[in-house]
Ligand binder design. Structure first.
Ligand code: NAG
Length: 350
């Protein structure tokens, strides 16, 4: 195994000669010295050479972003090919949220891990020797996938996993294939975990110009009506905050699979309900600030809870109205079209 000084010497030596010679010695799958993870794709300047940030999320998880979201992290390590952040007790896994790709994030729970292999390579800009974390596999899944980043809120990009043979493409949210590179943090102070933000994940803000990065959007328990949009006057009742596709616990199928649309700047619950009605569906669910999903049925395991606390999961503001919530990260704000002539009441949450 190589220590940090050896790596630094190798990098320095390569810089002097300005020619990249790949060492023949194999690299260990464990990197004990602290490092930052850099993203590279030289053909895509909007993401090239940015660093992976950790953003605190529910249950102690960390979501992974590049750009002006999350906290820079100087003390990642690699344990048997898995990226760890020891101060927060989390490691990189894949799962939880699936659509065209699957989420790469960090958690302390037992989700299947993302496995990488440290590999020498030449920096595409400088030709200096660098150590890349080549993606090997999603633990226990077929090999051949890759890591990518796609645009998220506030000019950030979120990390995703593109599975082998994937033919699904979201034209609104291209997932850019990236290489992860180990940047040893010699000379940089280790980041204390206590400096991480303790706010919940900020709601995406669509095309507004707000620069707030830590808006807390928890649901006030005394005013449940603020947690959803009352559409009863329009003939829709709110059913609750329903779980979406959950690979590790409930399979990779959408809660509502009839029709879908997305709007980066104009999604509201009214729009989603109208879209699903026009498409001939009974249920309408908004998600991730900008998505709308429709269907005529959903699995019993996707039934929303009726507790006030459950509404807190649907805390992403709608791209078309920051005064409304349009679901959450793998959660749907779920509405049902009321029967003609029947009472039209929202579910009561207690
Ligand atoms: C850069 O991203 C594009 C789009 O995802 C991809 O086709 C290309 O292979 C990537 N290049 C590298 C070096 O990863």
């Amino acid at each position: 195994m190589m220590n940090r000084r050896t790596i630094s010497a190798l990098l320095a030596g390569a810089a002097v000669t300005s020619a990249c010679t790949i060492p023949t010695e194999p690299l260990s799958n464990n990197i004990a010295y602290p490092f930052r993870a850099q993203v590279q794709n030289a053909t895509r300047p909007e993401v090239h050479n940015q660093y992976m940030n950790l953003f605190i999320a529910g249950g102690g998880d960390r979501h992974l972003f590049i750009g002006p979201v999350g906290e820079p992290t100087y003390d990642l390590t690699l344990v048997d090919g898995v990226i760890n952040h020891v101060p927060n007790g989390v490691r990189a896994v894949i799962g939880g949220e699936i659509d065209h790709t699957t989420k790469l994030f960090m958690t302390g729970r037992g989700d299947y891990r993302a496995v990488f292999e440290p590999t020498y390579a030449c920096n595409p800009d400088t030709d200096e020797l660098q150590i890349e974390l080549r993606f090997v596999e999603w633990q226990n899944q077929p090999t051949g996938g890759w890591i990518c980043v796609r645009s998220a809120f506030e000019n950030s990009h979120e990390f995703r996993y593109n599975p082998p043979g994937n033919t699904l493409i979201d034209v609104d949210r291209e997932c850019i294939k990236v290489t992860l590179v180990v940047i040893p943090t010699t000379g940089l102070p280790p980041q204390s975990s206590t400096t991480l933000s303790t706010s919940t994940i900020p709601a995406p803000t669509g095309t507004t110009t707000t620069t707030t990065t830590a808006t807390t959007t928890s649901v006030p328990s005394s005013t449940p009506s603020g947690a959803f949009t009352d559409l009863t006057a329009l003939g829709y009742r709110f059913l609750g905050c329903a779980p979406e596709e959950r690979w590790t616990t409930d399979g990779s199928f959408r809660t509502l699979s009839g029709a879908t649309e997305s709007s980066a700047d104009a999604m509201t619950n009214q729009r989603c309900a109208a879209f699903c009605t026009a498409a001939g569906f009974k249920y309408a669910g908004s998600e991730w600030s900008r998505e709308c999903w429709c269907g005529n049925a959903f699995a019993p395991t996707r039934q929303p809870a009726t507790t006030l606390a459950s509404l807190a999961q649907c805390n992403f503001k709608c791209t078309g109205d920051l005064g409304q919530f349009c679901g959450g990260d793998a959660w749907l704000s779920l509405y049902e079209k009321c029967e003609a002539g029947a009472a039209c009441d929202n579910v009561v949450f207690t």
